[in-house]
Structure formats: structure tokens, C-alpha cells
Design a protein around this ligand. Sequence first.
Ligand code: UDX
Length: 454
Amino acid sequence: MKLTIVGTGYVGLVTGACFAEMGNDVLCVDLDPGKIERLRQGELPIFEPGLKEIVLRNAAEGRLHFTTDIQEGVRFGTMQFIAVGTPPGEDGSADMQHVLTAARAIGRHMSDYKLVIDKSTVPVGTADAVQAEIAKALAERGMSKVPFSVVSNPEFLKEGAAVEDFMRPDRIIVGVDDDRAALLMRALYAPFQRQRDKLVLMDVRSAELTKYAANAMLATRISFMNEMALLAEKLGADIEQVRRGIGSDARIGPQFLYPGCGYGGSCFPKDVKALLSSAAGVGEPLHVLQAVERANDRQKHVLVDRVVNRFGADLSGMRFAVWGLAFKPETDDVREAPSLVVVRELAARGARIVAHDPEAMDRAREALGELPGLEYAPSPMAALEGSDALIVVTEWKVYRVPDFTRMATVLRQPVVIDGRNLYEPAMMRECGLEYHPLGRPAVAGAPAPLALAA
Ligand code: UDX
């Protein structure tokens, strides 16, 4: 099939590359000439495991093309994916101008049937707005009879596993209100569901809401666990044991129950805000979700609160190693990352910070700008040298089994404040480290530490 993808951001590029991999003929359109030129040269604007290989292969084999020409894009595909950004506006509602601009362009340039597919995460009612925009543009050209359908097909890609999620989805949500569009969507997704029917067809508005409801539910789970962790600490319980205990109830399930220093990324914070804004707009306050957002804002400060409890409010003259800047492992994305709050607050209290991240240091530099006292370390251990304590913010694999004995000697004070519960407290104690996990009792280093490396 011939597909056009409007927007080569994260979602658009993954969608285009993966559909090309399935044998479709795909044209990706973006307004940014620099981005399109780099993509044509095989340079990717984002880091995502497996993506570069499939972009290069499909481009080389002639199934994946890039252009800045929207007219060429509209003429090309029978299926027109809208995968442009929907950034939060000032009031938290999703800003729809790029989606509507894409819709207008489709209406201005189409001359035969088009299936228009909303891939961006968009508020309920957007498909109707897209429909109206296209109809208006067609009417202006006196071409109101040209048929088209608008469907909603939200993405559920996790950063760091986007290609895998696309190729092996749990479910494919398609909101569609007419038979022709349903038939085409079934054909398009047939290769992805050979083992079982993963297509969940529903009406358009329900599909639009499904995307927000899924992310809001996941954000709720995380905020709930984060509060349970804080409570467990106060009550002398261990959240890791509680997590295993509740996760073994089939109704709850074990995934997405990990307490941490707050959720970040480009989706949860934005989608929670947008859903709250939509709900407020129709006079239906979402009390649970309001609390989720408040709890998450608070959670991002938990690590610095611990630093202050341990070292005092004035941190001038002190130096802290920060492991992990990306909002989660396997990505270079720092949007809404808890690390940004941690680094800014430490700097505001006069501390020096030596940060390390396997992928996200460039993005962090852009996001944080020139902060006094902030430097970046070439390796995790280098960050520890001369630092008073270590703060673990992101659970990258390379941080999971460090040389604890060396850690205890290299740090000026052997203190580890862990926002991801990576380490076994008993092990930390044995290695002479003072360890502050989340939702579990802290431990002081043993007086005669084990020399594990010996
Ligand atoms: C999310 C959704 O999972 C995906 O379906 C949707 O399409 C986009 O938003 P993503 O933002 O890539 O994907 O990240 P995800 O892996 O879901 O993690 C989101 C945040 O939750 C991260 O900050 C992560 O650290 C945090 N998290 C996740 C926890 O704190 N605890 C958990 O148990 C799981």
C-alpha cells in the first residue's frame, strides 16, 4: 500500500519505517528541510534501538522516502497519517494547530479518495475537527464530492522499545466510523496480527479517549506506588516486598509498579495535563488524576529532600554525583525528566554536580544550559571521584552492578541516595556504604566493610 506520514518526529518516523519494513511504500513528509536532508543521508534525529537499521535498509531498498513537499506527500499515499506534534498549550490543553494545518493541506491537495489517520495523541473530538477542516478545504476548491474518511489510530510506543512495540503490539486500537476505512485498516495491520487478532475496532471518539485513559491509568499506578513507598518508609515496611505481594494478584499484575523519583517523558506529563484540561472543559473534574499530577510533582523533589535531610539545606562547597539524566533508560530523552529537577535544585542550593548518562548528556546540556557548578563525567566511576555522595536518578543497566567497594572508597562520604531501588541494602551495608533507597529502610555502612574485589 502507499502511505504518507506527515511529521517525522518520534512517532512518525517509527511508524513510517516499520510500515516500510512490512513492504509498504512510504513517503515521510516534514516541514524541516534540515531534518529531511539528514534523513536522506541516513542520519536519524533520535536514538531508538533498531530504528536506524530499518530506516537505512528500507531507504536503500526504495520503500522509504523523505520530502518537505506536502503536495507531493498528499498525492502519494492513499493512507495519510497525521503524526505531527501536539505540544501542551499554556493552559495544559493539547495544541492542535499542527494537526489542523496538516488536515488543511490534505484537503487542499487531494483529488481522489484518502484515508486520513490520526496517529498523534489528540483530544477527543479531533477526528471531527480534522474531518471539518478537510471538507472545508475541498469545498473551497469546489471538490466537495471527493470522498475521504478520518480514523483514529493512537500509538502506544514506549521510548527505547518503540520498534519492538510497533512490530509486536499488545493491541492495535482503531477508531473508525465507516466500512471502507475499516477494511483498509484491517488490511494494513494484517501482517502484525498473524498469531491472534489484536485489532480492537471501536468508534472514533472512544479510540481517542482510549489513548488518554491508558496513559492516565499507568501514571496513576506509578503515583500510587510512589506514595505507598513514602508511606512504607514512615511505617517501617519495605515497598519492594509490598510490590511483589500486590503484583502477584492477577487483577493487579506485576508491571508498572516500580516506585521511583517521578514519571517523566514526552507522554505521561503532557497527556495527564491534556486530559485534565479536556475534562475541565466539559465540566467533569477528574479528582483522581488531579491528585496523580500533584503527587508526581512532589515525587520529583524527593531525592533532593533526602540530600537536604542528610547534609543540610545549604549545600555550598559540596559536590554530588548524579547517575542518569534521561527520563528512563534506553533513551536520550530528558523531557520532564526528574533529573532536571534534581540538578537544578542542587545547583540552587550551591552544590556542584557531576552528572553521567550513557546517552542523554547532550540533550541534558541543551535542556539545562550553563548551570554554575554543573559538569559531565565520561564514566559512572569518574563522576564519583571527589563527590560527597551519589544520587541515582535513572536505572540504566550500567549502574546496576557497580564496583561497590571502589564506590565506597572513591566517594568522599560513602553515601548513596537511590531514586530507583537498584541495590540490595544488605550488600551496600557490607560494602561500607550508607544507603538510602525509596520506600525501604535506609542502612548505615558496616564498621568493617567487606572487600569484595579482594
Ligand atoms: C509511555 C507509554 O508507556 C506508551 O504506551 C505511550 O505511547 C507513551 O507513553 P514512555 O513515555 O516511552 O511511554 O515511557 P514508559 O516506559 O511508559 O515510562 C514512563 C515513565 O514512568 C518513566 O519516567 C518511568 O521511569 C516511569 N515509570 C514506569 C515508573 O516510575 N515506574 C514504573 O513502574 C514504570
